[in-house]
Write a protein that binds this ligand. Structure first.
Ligand code: CA2
Length: 148
């Protein structure tokens, strides 16, 4: 089972600023946490970050046939990008939206996601553990689809 985890703009800065909002773990720490859990679940993980919308779209398009599930923290693009939504809708893979922070407890502009409507679901507010929860959901989705 292969899971693609994509991280959007500014998430490379994780752990360096705003620890009250995003926690003190770096993106590498998050990746390690996910890899440890993935090893126990027998899942293969590809973990990437880009500050560029087009690069994220390219990676989503290329995921078809190469991955079973997509996990996406599109960062601020979550709230703005019709293009990312179209890419997720078009790739034909189950997708899970993930956020470190509880976007619904923050500014109003973060309450709206362009992407969640084309995802299986969303996990938000559990810090780095949001990614582990999303990974577990991804493994469940993938196993359920194989048993059909
Ligand atoms: O909570 C999340 O995971 C977000 O996707 C993070 C985005 C934000 O725009 C979304 O509304 C919610 C921001 C990522 C930027 O992360 C930084 C981390 C440290 C320092 C600066 C930015």
């Amino acid at each position: 089972m292969k899971i693609l985890i994509l991280n959007g703009p500014n998430l490379n800065l994780l752990g360096t600023r705003e620890p009250a909002v995003y926690g003190s773990a770096t993106l590498s720490d998050v990746e390690q946490l996910v890899r440890d859990r993935a090893a126990k679940l027998g899942a293969e993980v590809d973990f990437r970050q880009s500050n560029h919308e087009g690069e994220l779209i390219d990676w989503i398009q290329q995921a078809r046939g190469n991955f079973d599930v997509l996990i996406l923290n599109a960062g601020a693009f979550t709230h703005t990008s019709v293009a990312l939504r179209d890419a997720v809708a078009g790739v034909g893979l189950p997708a899970i939206e993930v956020h470190l922070s509880n976007v619904h407890a923050r500014e109003e502009f973060r309450h709206k996601s362009m992407i969640v409507g084309v995802c299986k679901g969303v996990i938000a507010g559990f810090g780095a553990n949001s990614y582990v929860l999303a990974l577990e959901a991804a493994v469940n989705i993938s196993e359920a689809s194989k048993n059909q």
